[in-house]
Ligand binder design. Structure first.
Ligand code: ZN
Length: 64
């Protein structure tokens, strides 16, 4: 599962169970659950990966 887009108030996510089918998650939730397969991930982990990738993996500073 990964964040594919960051929008005001929410994130768009994509799960490996259904490529191309995106779903929404509120920014303030602690965990994200895939509506298709029920898998859960910690939002903070997904955000950290998203931030690192957005910066090209050049920095480990995910303080955003
Ligand atoms: Zn899924």
């Amino acid at each position: 599962m990964q964040i594919v887009d960051s929008r005001p108030g929410c994130y768009m996510l994509e799960c490996e169970c259904a490529r191309g089918e995106q779903f929404r998650a509120e920014r303030l939730t602690l965990t994200v659950e895939c509506p298709h397969c029920g898998r859960t991930r910690l939002t903070a982990d997904l955000v950290a990966t998203w931030v690192l990738r957005a910066r090209g993996g050049m920095s480990a500073d995910a303080a955003d």
